[in-house]
Design a protein around this ligand. Sequence first.
Ligand SMILES: [Zn+2]
Length: 568
Amino acid sequence: MNNNEIINQIKSELDIADVIGERVKLRKSARGYMGLCPFHSEDTPSLHVYTDTQSYYCFGCHEAGDVFSYVMKTEGLSFPEALRVLSDRAGVRLPEAGHRGTDIRGVLDLAAKFFSSNLTGPQGAAARAYMSRRSLTGSDITRYGLGYSLPSWDSLTNYLRRSGVNDRMIVDSGLAVANRNGLYDRFRGRLMFPIHDVTGKVIAFGGRLVDGEGAKYINSPEGPTYSKRNNLYLLDTARHSIRDKKRSILTEGYMDALRLSKCGFPETVASLGTSLTAEQAGLLSRYADMCYICYDSDTAGQEAAIKGMYILASHGLDVYVVSLPGESKDPDEFLCANPPEAFENALTEAKPLVIKHLEFLKPRLDDQRTRRSALSELFGALRTLDIDDVLRHKGSISYATLLPSEAIEQYIISGRPPKTKPRPQKPASFVIKSADLGYDILEAAMCALLFKNRECRLKFTLEDAEKLLHSDITFETAAAILSSNPEDLYTLWRTSGDDDKLAMIYNGEELLRRMLRMDVEEKFSRTYCRLMWKSINRRIKEIQSMPFDDRDYKELSRLYKEREHYHL
Ligand SMILES: [Zn+2]
């Protein structure tokens, strides 16, 4: 079967009305059913489900599609993930590479069941005692699929062999290790945490030592079904809560995530390795933009941890760092000693990543010997963020670095760390000039927008250019773009050696690239507003610098009013 045939077969096995009807109350209509639309909020039904074409359409918000797009949109799944969910539901087997992925998932499922029955059975007494010491209950076993690997070298391997799994599959699934004498179980005497992919399939295990000696935690190795960078512990169940609450909470360990989830924070997930990845940022941002990071108190301030948080932030998440008050070293411990409200308070007091980073760097910023490296670390990190997110914290950055706020803005916009040695005692004497580049980088961004986008050219006039672009190079470039064809210009500049115009446009593009969450239209209006603001400011300063009698107060008040209009 090819892909299309599989999709068609799944569609023919399922009824879209059943799938939608699971969450949406449907009532019969002429061509099928109707109900309250899950894509927008409404009191009267405008979602129509057509059984003849197996499709849906909302007359309110115009969402439309088939059973695949419905599951992708409502569950926040990618197409391959939706395919897996729906193929399971339809009982259609997917042709994965040699069935290997599917078979390994089957083995992991068997293992999860085996571990669970160990935990509830007579051999699980030690693990259950450990659980009760950690205030975990019987219902957590079912809810989180917990299990117990027996303190034996081959109980799981033998069980899997008896169930017809061959040795190679057992090794490939990461559950056993091969040596000269054969196979031995990887997990022995551990409380087992199954790790699921976003669709809820077991893809790996983490194991916490219950008694005796050995590493506190061990995990499945990466393999055909499991890669740490692409998954988050508990995401399969947390994703609905993350969407409802519009925030995620990220912890380091399984126990932390499980504890939070249990104590009324089901929007919690745990990272599965030490460093956070772009893929994990992508997974989280599917459901909500806000992410609260709650690490162990000794990790949260580490350089590596902060770097990881910047990875999340640079992929569009609003990152807040939670500090736990008191003695507790991790969220698990904190919630064993404090009520959930105390944790909610800690969330309210969480600090934006930039602020947390400033606090972390403060001692180094204040010491002349380390100041330079701290500044370059700070500005290097800020450069990866959305420019608006950084500008929001301009005041705090200025306060912590003892640099004047204009200098901060210039660094942030141009991305250049300070060249001159700053003198913290006299901050006002240290001002970075935009003369570094010879033009204002915002003006370059406008040129880049005009150069690349026809719709921007239609919205920008020569008059705008005269008013907003103050250096020769940006004005001339914009004027040329507005009066001719960018492709011709490109060739002309290239061949006539006018490379500095192209270099200027390139610098402007760099800035635009950092407006992470914006489309071209937004980038244009942001840049336009900021230039207007600057231009009006310039005029205000001009008037203010005039002798008292000559000042035009009427114009001043008009300018103040006009400037408000462009405030971001
Ligand atoms: Zn709708």
